[in-house]
Design a protein around this ligand. Structure first.
Ligand SMILES: [Zn+2]
Length: 344
């Protein structure tokens, strides 16, 4: 029997996801349950009531909804709930392993007159969420990122935290998130140096809202092991050569790029050009709840853009696994599963 890359085949494919944000993962039901828990008034943001799925009109509208959701993550139990809800979605898609980014800074500083969360509570919430994920058959590792547009380079809140004793289990990397324009990567080199001295990997966002020079800075100044997005590297052929030579993984998120207007539409996404250039790519969701997408949907988009075969889609998952920081035993188990996926 021959297999084609259709929806059921994609759904059943064992998966690895490298780029998604805990604070961006919350779907409508998670927002509803956390709002109920805290007695928060959702009609401030959604006067007609919570929608069936989130959508937004431009970045300010997105930010308004996102920050409302963020404001519902007030305790360790809230973080555990959001993590478990995310894991349930991943489990349904046969995602075996995910590296989830969380922005410690936004929880520690507090906002709207609310005090920040204690690092010990943050740690316990993430650990509990990770345990619940494990019970659902999904292994999670953590990336903690510096939000470049919120935490200036002269702040050391995130990196001080990383050096302390309250980091969550399964922490594998430091990231750099937020809006790139006007917030260059290079001033964060000392922060990344300190994190890497702890054994953490470097996975900054770059080449999303800024061009190729931002990607080059992520590679040269922050020693990036992988790049979040990176799609605008194509603007500089020399940079493309460098990334190909190093086989630096680009974590490509098609729907995110479309909704945040990095590309005109998913149909116009440069994924085929990235693959054609020999770049190492993987596919992710970025903020699956807010963007109303999931990994199977992103892989469907990628398969269509690439006119992919089952073998090439298995290959994409193997590449993501190879570029992950999964423990060796999990890596072997997922590789064995991938090698037995029916492709022909
Ligand atoms: Zn991201």
């Amino acid at each position: 029997m021959s297999h084609s890359v259709d929806e059921p085949w994609l759904l059943g494919l064992p998966k690895v996801e490298l780029h998604l944000h805990l604070e961006g993962s919350m779907g409508v039901e998670t927002v509803r349950s956390l709002a109920d828990r805290h007695g928060a008034n959702t009609t401030e943001i959604w006067p007609e009531g919570l929608p069936e799925r989130f959508s937004f009109d431009g970045f300010p509208d997105f930010a308004r909804q996102f920050f409302f959701g963020l404001g519902l993550l007030r305790s360790g139990e809230d973080l555990a709930t959001a993590t478990a809800d995310l894991a349930a979605t991943l489990a349904k898609q046969h995602c075996r392993y995910a590296e989830v980014t969380t922005t410690a800074y936004t929880h520690f500083v507090g906002r709207d007159g609310q005090p920040g969360m204690a690092p010990s509570e943050y740690r316990e919430g993430l650990n509990e969420g990770r345990r619940r994920a494990r019970d659902l058959g999904v292994s999670l590792s953590w990336v903690i990122d510096i939000p470049r547009d919120l935490e200036p380079p002269d702040s050391t809140v995130t990196v001080d935290y990383l050096e302390g004793s309250q980091t969550p289990d399964g922490l594998v990397a430091i990231g750099l998130g937020g809006y790139e324009v006007g917030f260059p990567a290079a001033p964060y080199a000392p922060h990344f140096g300190r994190a890497m001295a702890l054994g953490l990997h470097s996975v900054p966002h770059a080449g999303e809202t800024e061009g190729a020079h931002s990607v080059r800075s992520a590679v040269e100044d922050l020693s990036a092991d992988r790049i979040g997005h990176g799609v605008r590297c194509l603007e500089d052929p020399n940079l493309v050569s460098l990334l190909v030579e190093r086989q630096t993984m680009l974590e490509v998120c098609p729907t995110s790029n479309d909704l945040l207007q990095v590309v005109e539409s998913t149909d116009q996404h440069p994924l085929p050009a990235l693959v054609e250039a020999g770049l190492n790519v993987s596919i992710s969701t970025d903020d699956p709840g807010w963007f109303a997408t999931d990994l199977t949907n992103e892989l469907r988009i990628a398969a269509s853009l690439l006119r992919a075969t089952p073998e090439s889609m298995v290959g994409l998952q193997q590449s993501a696994l190879d570029a992950s920081f999964a423990p060796d035993d999990e890596r072997r188990a997922i590789a064995a599963e991938l090698s037995s996926v029916p492709v022909s």
